[in-house]
Design a protein around this ligand. Structure first.
Ligand code: 5AD
Ligand code: SF4
Length: 438
């Protein structure tokens, strides 16, 4: 028997954790069905894939210059494919602007990757396609942390957001498939399960096939926490609107759930939240965040904020700063509003001068830096259990505390995959440095 030599796959992943998991699925499918192995040098690749993000304009405009460069450098005969959210919303236009691209598959069509590589000019960007029961092969970037999807798509129609157009309507993945995935990951050594979906705490509202049992996100969290070998559970992204008491209580009381919560604020102004169609007010957000702090004193809360959304006045922006001062988020991802095609807000008339957006972003970031200095000082001499996941080029081992702080220590590979107690000796804004204590 002549064994066929493996083909080489180079994959670049942009965007969110959902895309990271989609890339893992693509790698598994191409490995199982088409004999591809990963390579890290684009010049060696037989297939170059870009898994794209379209949430803001910048990465989209970068896409064409990026694939243009790949096309010049690639090995003779190598193919280039575009997947993910930008593939979904640009579709056929990608072939027109970059005729050397071999196939385009959207964020909800990842399971068609093996067909795509074998079909010239394959295009599949259907957002109705149902991948909610699709079982992918096994591939994970990390031995220690396993991403597990719990839903696909998004039903919220936030007026700034392109995601419902790229990933389609929300469908929950059947719980038995999720539990099975988590069990497999735990058996192969992952102590941490990281659940993924656009609105994870809306889980269980709609499945592709009718079910007689009822299950919601807190129930799912509890079931996963009972799996042998699972020590830590994280999830992203919950929606503030669905942070009801049952959800907060499960989060607070289940010891396996890591005490870090992402609460995407977007704006602190009730008026702007209405324009964004977020479904909650400034008061609701503050009530939930402060209740969470009271229930879980060592919780770490991160957020996403958009500045200069159409019509945002100085007073609206002040409301955002006010929420930030009251909640004191441990991490803030702040973005200047970017008008996206196929969204309602792109058509609003009161668009804001981008220069004002830049000034607001800067002011917000300076204020957050002061908050972070205060927060990081409070870690001095504290001892945290840290799950060591990575040996960095800097020689430091890196891991996350239960409440998601990045902790770095000196040590050797033998600590990888271990949970160790670390005393923080040098807290910085972006990472806490410390040493192992017994
Ligand atoms: N402009 C700026 N930021 C955006 N986000 C989503 N859409 C836009 C947009 N049009 C941000 C939101 C979201 C994060 C993933 O990206 O804050 O939570
Ligand atoms: Fe993820 Fe949204 Fe970017 Fe798609 S557009 S990759 S869902 S962040």
């Amino acid at each position: 028997m002549i064994l066929k030599e493996a083909k080489k796959l180079y994959i670049e992943t942009l965007g969110c954790a959902m895309n990271v998991r989609d890339s893992e699925h693509i790698i598994a499918e191409l490995g199982d069905k088409e004999n591809y192995v990963l390579c890290d040098n684009v010049l060696d690749a037989d297939l170059i894939l870009i898994n794209t993000c379209s949430v803001r304009e910048k990465p989209v405009s970068k896409l064409f210059s990026e694939i243009g460069k790949y096309n010049k450098r690639k090995k003779e005969g190598a193919k280039i494919g575009v997947c993910g959210c930008t593939a979904s919303h640009l579709g056929d236009e990608i072939f027109k602007r970059a005729p050397y691209v071999s196939f385009v598959i959207g964020a909800r069509n990842v399971s068609k990757i093996a067909e795509a590589v074998n079909t010239p000019r394959f295009l599949s960007v259907d957002t109705d396609y149902d991948e909610s029961t699709y079982a992918f092969g096994e591939f994970r970037n990390s031995l220690y942390k396993a991403y597990v999807n719990i839903s696909i798509g998004c039903d919220k129609k936030c007026t700034y957001c392109i995601v419902p157009q790229t990933r389609g309507d929300e469908l929950s993945i059947p719980p038995e498939l999720i539990i099975n995935e988590a069990k497999k990951a735990a058996q192969s050594g992952a102590k941490e399960i990281f659940l993924l979906g656009q609105n994870v705490n809306n889980y269980g509202k709609r499945f592709s096939q009718k079910r007689t049992d009822m299950i919601d996100f807190p129930d799912l969290l509890n079931q996963i926490s009972e799996i042998k070998g699972v020590e830590r559970i994280r999830f992203t992204s919950p929606h503030p609107l669905h942070m009801d008491d049952k959800f907060l209580e499960t989060f607070a009381n289940n010891p396996k759930i890591c005490k870090s919560m992402h609460m995407p604020l977007q704006s602190g102004s009730t008026h702007i939240l209405e324009q964004m169609k977020r479904g909650y007010t400034k008061e609701w957000f503050l009530n939930r965040a402060l209740k969470l702090r009271a229930m879980v004193p060592d919780v770490s809360i991160s957020t996403d904020v958009i500045v200069a959304f159409p019509g945002e006045s100085d007073a609206d922006f002040e409301d955002t700063l006010d929420v930030m001062r009251q909640v004191k988020f441990e991490q803030v991802f702040a973005f200047k509003y970017s008008a996206r095609p196929l969204t309602k807000a792109a058509e609003f008339e009161n668009q804001i001068d981008p220069e004002i957006g830049s000034q607001r972003l800067e002011k917000l970031q300076l204020m957050q830096d002061d908050i972070l200095d205060e927060i990081s000082c409070a870690h001095q001499d504290k001892i945290y259990p840290v799950y060591i996941e990575e040996l960095r080029n800097s020689g430091f081992l890196a891991g996350r505390s239960d409440n998601n702080a990045l902790v770095q220590i000196k040590g050797d590979e033998s600590l990888l995959g271990q949970v160790v107690n670390v005393k923080i000796t040098n807290p910085k804004r972006l990472a806490l440095y410390g040493e192992v204590v017994l």
